[in-house]
Structure formats: C-alpha cells, structure tokens
Design a protein around this ligand. Structure first.
Ligand code: MRU
Length: 355
C-alpha cells in the first residue's frame, strides 16, 4: 500500500482571503480536497452534508458562517443588519441539532453583533471573533490532551470511536488529541479504532489521521468491541462528545453508549474528552438533548452502493446518550472531572477550574 503522506498542522477549516477554506471530509481518505466557500448557505450545506463534522470544528464553522452571513447583507443600517442576521443565526443553528458547539458559537457571534455599536465595524469584528473561537478551540484541545495523556498507560491500548482528531476540531483533537499527546510524550501505545457505522468516520478519518502520524492503529468493526474488551486487549476507552448535560450525561456518536456499557462490564475505564464549549449546563440530563436523525441512505448504502433491499424501513439516529454512571471521567481543558460529574461540571464553570 502506498504510504500516506505525513501532513503536519492539518487545518480542517481556515479563513483565507475573505472566504472559508475547509477539507471536504467526505472525500477522505481517497483524496485531500479543499472547498472554498464565500456564501454562508454553502457552508451550512457543507455542515449538513458532513463535509465538515465533529462538534468543536462545527462551532468554528458556525462562527465563520455568521461572519459570511453578515458580509452578504447589503442593508446599511444597524437595525436592518440585526434584523437580517436573525435568519442567518437560525439557519446555522438548525444545520445539525445535537452538537451544542454550533449554538454556543452562534450565541458568541450574536453578542459581538449586539455589542458593536458602529455598524461599519461589525463585519470585521465578526471575522476577528470567529478567528478567536478557532484559536481558543485548538488551545483548549492541546490543554485537555496534556491532562488526558496522564490517564493513558504506557504500552497500553486505547479504544476510540468516531473521529475526534485534527479533522473534528480547530486542531490537534480531543480524544485523539489525548492519544497524540501521550504518543508525543514518549508513551508507547496502540489504538483500536471502531469503523463507526454508518458514516464510517473511524474507518475513513481516524485510521487516516493515525496512520499519517505513525501511531499504531488497528481498525475493527463496531460489533467487535465487546470481543476485544472482554479479552483484556483494551486498557481504556476514550471518546469525544457532541453535548454534555449538566449531570454529566454524554451525547456522542451512535454506538458510544454500547461501548460505555461494555467497558463497565469489563472493568475498563471509559473517558470522555471535550472542551468546555461542549458542556451545556442549560440541559439538566441527557433526556433533554435533541438527537439528530439523518437520511436513511447512510444506512442502506455504503458510498453509492445500495446494500439493503429497496424500500426497507430505516432508522438513523446519529447520536446516543451515555448516562453519567458509565463515565469514569470527563477531560476538559480546565481539568479532569470525576464522579459526581454534575458537581464537577458546575464547579469548573463557577471557579474556572476542574476537580
Ligand atoms: O456526526 P459527526 O461526525 O459530526 O459526529 C462526531 C462525533 O460524534 C464526535 O465524537 C464528537 O463530535 C466529538 S469530535 C471532537
């Protein structure tokens, strides 16, 4: 097999010459294709089609979408702009409902619009804020990765699900950031990556990122996880999150709950890695987190190949909820939070530090 070229500082998204440039993740690992978008509606479509995906980078994309949306509004008055921006915010927030980073970023951008009294300065202020959100996300990932790396055993094997790497964030990654930091600190480790049906983020993206870094990775189907956990082949499970409720329940890629239950049954620690922008204290428990249902074709097809009989009924929830009792710790940039998770989460928001 042709070795995959090592690319350092992979940027899933960037603001370049008044446009947004992003890696089209649906084309990976076959081709590294960049899209350049100047209309916020095109960016919203790219989000819906999962050309860009992963909660933290969706927050960055949402922020750039707001900046593009404001640029396109010709209304010269402040009131007119504020009015037209409402539609922009709404279109972006509904693009993907589970990843709270989208809503979080739009709220931050809305505040910039409201706080900038001089209308001629709003557009530039929005671009600056979106760049700040991007930089802060990478910084948060590097910090949480450093903290989380201490939980990874030298010589151990980490099982991860979906893709939580540089592609899913502004840079470095969350769960995969922890793997990266542990590896960079000199720990010898191996990764088992689940393929992550139906969209195959593990097979297509996580395997690609880890091979590129030279970190040993073994690809398994989702249904093999119990087998390897029960045989003592896995030392810990680390996953990301799309939204963490106030009590520590975690919404993440479909199949995460299954892994958490299997990890508990086999006495393997189950860690969740996420920046604080993924924590939603306004939702008391996982029950209140909206779960995105995606098109049936993602289940009936692989790529363009139809696998199932035409007309079969399909369900395709993109995420599930892992109850807090299965989570050994949540790793954030502000600290590692252990049970009781609810108390630890409110503490980091109150005091700006973790337990
Ligand atoms: O549907 P996706 O690919 O956007 O789902 C991604 C996940 O579930 C990730 O685990 C999560 O967003 C964290 S990414 C750092």
């Amino acid at each position: 097999m042709k070795p995959i070229e090592r690319i350092h500082n992979l940027k899933a998204i960037e603001w370049v010459n008044d446009r947004v440039r992003l890696i089209d993740q649906t084309k990976l690992p076959g081709e590294l294709v960049y899209l350049e978008l100047s209309d916020y509606r095109e960016l919203v479509s790219a989000i819906k089609e999962m050309r860009i995906r992963g909660a933290p980078v969706l927050g960055v994309a949402a922020a750039y979408a707001v900046a593009l949306g404001a640029k396109a509004i010709e209304n010269g008055s402040r009131e007119g702009l504020l009015m037209e921006m409402k539609k922009v915010y709404q279109t972006i927030v509904y693009a993907r409902p589970t990843a709270v980073n989208i809503k979080w970023a739009v709220e931050r951008m809305r505040k910039v619009v409201e706080d900038t009294k001089d209308v001629s300065k709003i557009r530039l202020a929005l671009v600056a804020e979106a760049k700040k959100i991007e930089a802060e996300d990478e910084e948060a990932n590097r910090s949480l990765a450093r903290l989380g790396a201490q939980l990874v055993q030298d010589g151990g094997t980490v099982l991860t699900h979906c893709n939580t790497g540089a592609l899913a964030t502004a840079g470095y990654g969350t769960a995969l950031g922890i793997v990266r930091a542990a590896w960079e600190s000199g720990k010898k480790l191996k990764v088992f990556a689940t393929e992550t049906r139906p969209f195959l983020q593990g097979a297509r993206l996580t395997a690609w990122e880890l091979l590129k870094e030279g970190i040993p990775v073994t690809l398994i189907t989702d249904s093999m996880a119990g087998h390897f956990l029960s045989r003592g082949c896995i030392n810990c499970v680390i996953v990301g999150a799309d939204r963490i409720a106030a009590n520590g329940d975690v919404a993440n890629k479909i199949g995460t709950y299954t892994l958490a239950v299997l990890a508990r049954e086999n006495r393997v620690p189950f860690y969740v890695a996420a920046p604080t922008s993924t924590i939603d204290l306004s939702i008391p428990s996982g029950e209140g987190i909206p779960i995105e249902e995606r098109p049936p074709e993602e289940v009936t097809h692989i790529g363009r190949v139809l696998l199932a009989p035409e007309g079969v009924e399909v369900r395709n929830p993109a995420f599930d909820i892992t109850p807090n009792k299965y989570v050994s710790a949540i790793v954030t940039e502000k600290g590692v939070i252990r049970a009781p998770l609810g108390k630890g989460l409110s503490k980091i928001f109150k005091e700006g530090k973790g337990g």
